[in-house]
Design a protein around this ligand. Structure first.
Ligand code: NCD
Length: 324
């Protein structure tokens, strides 16, 4: 997978986003993840790479698959994993995050995996602690491990990322998954299309290096990958579409709209899915084409690779030596 070239070291202290990573760094993360896919299919899934290390999952927002996936990843590498779920509603948000970070920092964790409803909060936190920080989703900003697991799923099925035509459909405006995927796919040489109603696209969309469509049939034409997004109503403070019924009619993935994509096109969704809203149930469950379950499987392997590279990289050793 590395074409005989020695992998470049992963020189980052934290994984806060895909933006700023280079193609070799993304390639390295995917190659390491690949080695864990096989391990995760064995009866004995455990390694001792992270023995003696402590990973804290700090989730200020609800999560099922991402938190479980990080927990499994840490445990399969032999690390000690602690889960903390906190609500931001009660106290002033800035205070809560920083106080919590400082308290946890004093317990000498090696990695903090953080999810937070505010964009930028995870970066802020990373500046206050002296361990590695992984962004498990900050507001509508970035969700790097989701983009990496999507890339691994695509690369295993299609053998490459570059040159593929990928369409991302739905609530792009509120989606950190879309943002991280757009960055990763652009960096790795795929071409990205977005399909959404104008109300669900971010204002700076043209600057993201994508082609924009408002018509699903036109947007799916000739695509290799169809990525669907959930309507993130918890982030909506206004009405962005007339009704769920109408949304499904124009932007829901069904066989009719899918017929415009390449016959070998893969169907993807980060979950959780709203069946009958952004995707027809029969299409989601069409395992000849839908790789939604595989995405979940790849998630564990990708998070193992991220935890390993961040814990054992030279940047971490350097920071430890300087006691920062
Ligand atoms: C996504 C998220 O939380 O951003 N889910 C996930 O991590 N699997 C997408 C979503 O919530 O719709």
């Amino acid at each position: 997978m590395t074409d005989g070239v020695a992998p470049a070291p992963f020189a980052h202290r934290h994984l806060l986003g895909i933006q700023g990573l280079s193609p070799p760094e993304i390639g390295l993360l995917l190659d390491r993840s690949e080695s864990y896919v096989e391990q995760n299919r064995r009866a004995d899934k455990k390694k001792s790479v992270l023995r003696g290390r402590t990973i804290i999952n700090l989730f200020f927002e609800a999560s099922t698959r991402t938190r479980t996936s990080f927990e499994l990843a840490g445990k399969r590498l032999g690390g000690d994993v602690i889960n903390m779920s906190l609500s931001t509603s009660a106290i002033k948000k800035g205070e809560t995050v920083m106080d919590t970070a400082m308290t946890l920092n004093a317990m000498h964790p090696d990695v903090l995996v953080v999810r937070h409803p505010e964009s930028g909060a995870v970066k802020l936190l990373s500046e206050q602690v002296n361990c590695a920080v992984v962004n498990a989703g900050d507001g509508s900003h970035e969700h790097p491990t989701q983009a990496l697991l999507d890339a691994l799923t695509i690369r295993r099925r299609k053998g490459r990322l570059s040159g593929l035509r990928v369409v991302i459909c739905g609530d792009v405006m509120h989606s950190r998954v879309a943002r991280s995927n757009i960055h990763l796919l652009n960096i790795m040489g795929a071409s990205v299309r977005l399909v959404a109603p104008a109300t669900l696209l971010p204002p700076e969309v043209e600057r993201l290096g994508v082609e924009v469509f408002h018509d699903m049939h036109a947007g799916l034409e000739g695509c290799d990958i169809v990525m669907m997004l959930r309507l993130q109503t918890e982030r909506m403070h206004a009405n962005f579409f007339p009704s769920v019924r109408e949304y499904f009619h124009f932007f829901g993935l069904d066989y009719d709209k899918l017929s415009r994509a390449n016959p070998e096109a893969l169907i993807m969704h980060p979950g959780p899915m709203n069946r009958g809203v952004e995707i027809d149930s029969v299409v989601a469950d069409d395992y000849g084409r839908s790789v939604i379950r595989e995405q979940v499987e790849m998630g564990v392997a990708v998070r193992m690779a991220c935890l390993e590279l961040l814990t054992l990289n030279p940047a971490a050793a350097d920071a430890d030596a300087r006691n920062i």
